[in-house]
Design a protein around this ligand. Structure first.
Ligand code: SF4
Length: 432
């Protein structure tokens, strides 16, 4: 066996597990311990489906070109556009995010990140109500009531249970799982609901009602109903009592809350409930973030522009416009006339109307791997895989910044995202 590296960070999901052991030998990477199934696949297959070389579109097809030529073409597209869009970011590192902001300002474009289609309602609710927050370490050490609302970590964040939230022993949780009550609230049965102590199966789109009734109960109000959101009042009262009587509670929530009817009103109701619970006990709330650095994208945009997503620079200063400057709306309405996509695949997951416009306008893709978006792009520039072939900073779902290491060299000539972006910035400055 070659060398074995300890404390390697997995740059796949928002858990950013930083305790992996990875064996590296002859350019192959094999996780030795603590990697989940998804992580093993990421490391073992990091070199599959790669963008083989820089490409530009000619006569309808993508053809091989030099990095220099691809950078020139990218700079030309962005410089000539009236209102270009820069989108993606969440599967890249903070150093690249900074460059994206710089480029957006330089070309007078819009910058948006993938939170726009997942936890944007969470961000809006935080701005409205505020956030009662904790690190995952604090959850591990203190939480005796863990509620998963509209999320399914046993399928989406595989190590979350064992590392942070359910089974680990902590400073004040000496027996681990036995010291915790686990509650799942969802519209359907999932792997997470099956292992929970309590499962509240709610009717789709009724989260706001259930959260509001829980809030009324913990504030001592009488509710004269048999059922709310399809859940009996007996079960709701039992949960309200557990919430008030726990020593340290946490709600982890996912897209089942943010993307169902009510959207940011749902999250505002959850935040208000947690705020009220803190009059009686200690309670925190944490969104389950998907892409490994979607949290970092919001942090970097926040500190660089003042706003976490949907930021427009067309007037020379940052303007915030969720909905108005959100990538999906700009594309579906045919408003932007060029795009740079960093480490994302909007063509595969945006609505058809938005994807069709993306295919019509000149598009630059920077990505280590072939994606649907790269197949419709006009310029495709390969980049190193962050956390494997390039170092950088990423923010875990609880807002803790973690340094990603480079554990293997990329192919000669393949640069990190931030280096590619810097070359484009330099070229745009030369073109202008
Ligand atoms: S839970 Fe997420 S970050 Fe942790 S090892 Fe699995 S995929 Fe990687």
């Amino acid at each position: 066996m070659g060398k074995v590296l300890k404390d390697v960070v997995c740059s796949f999901c928002g858990c950013l597990c930083d305790n992996l052991e990875i064996a590296v030998e002859n350019g192959k990477i094999n996780p030795v311990s603590r990697a989940c199934k998804v992580s093993i696949s990421r490391f073992v297959n990091y070199n599959k489906d790669r963008v083989p070389y820089p490409m530009i579109r000619e006569k309808g097809g993508l053809v091989k070109t030099s990095l220099d030529e691809a950078i020139n073409k990218a700079a030309e597209i962005l410089s000539r556009a009236n209102w270009p869009l820069i989108y993606g970011l969440s599967s890249s590192v903070c150093e690249a995010h900074r460059k994206c902001v710089e480029l957006a300002e330089l070309v007078g474009g819009v910058i948006d990140q993938t939170a726009t289609v997942c936890h944007a309602p969470t961000i809006l609710a935080f701005q409205e109500i505020g956030e009662i927050h904790a690190t995952l370490g604090e959850i591990k050490n203190r939480s005796d009531l863990v509620i998963f609302w509209g999320c399914n970590p046993l399928d989406a964040h595989l190590n979350h249970f064992v590392r942070y939230s359910v089974t680990p022993k902590g400073l004040y949780i000496s027996k681990g799982r036995k010291d915790r009550t686990v509650v799942a609230v969802d519209v359907r049965e999932t792997r997470t609901t099956r292992v929970a102590d309590i499962f509240l199966r709610i009717e789709p789109g009724k989260d706001y009602e259930l959260l509001s009734v829980l809030r009324a109960l913990i504030n001592g109000k009488e509710i004269d109903l048999d059922k709310v959101a399809g859940v009996s009042m007996e079960e709701i009262r039992e949960l309200a009592e557990k919430m008030v009587n726990c020593r340290y509670g946490v709600i982890f929530f996912g897209l089942g809350l943010t993307m169902s009817r009510g959207k940011h009103y749902n999250v505002m109701a959850a935040l208000s409930l947690v705020r009220d619970l803190n009059k009686k006990t200690r309670f925190v709330i944490i969104p389950m973030r998907g892409h490994y650095n979607v949290k970092g994208a919001g942090v970097v945009l926040g500190w660089q522009t003042g706003y976490p997503f949907a930021v427009d620079f067309s007037r020379g200063y940052p303007r915030y416009g969720p909905g108005e400057f959100s990538a999906v709306n700009l594309l579906a309405n045919g408003e932007v006339d060029a795009a740079l996509i960093l480490a994302a695949d909007p063509a595969a997951n945006f609505p058809v109307s938005a994807s069709k416009h993306l295919a019509r306008i000149p598009t630059v893709v920077i990505d280590p791997k072939i994606s649907m978006t790269s197949l419709i792009a006009d310029v495709v520039i390969p980049s190193a895989v962050s956390g494997i072939e390039a170092e950088g900073t990423a923010y875990r779902m609880d807002g803790v910044p973690i340094r990603l290491r480079k554990i293997i060299d990329p192919e000669p000539g393949v640069l990190a995202d931030s280096e590619v972006l810097q070359l484009i910035i330099d070229r745009v400055k030369g073109v202008r």
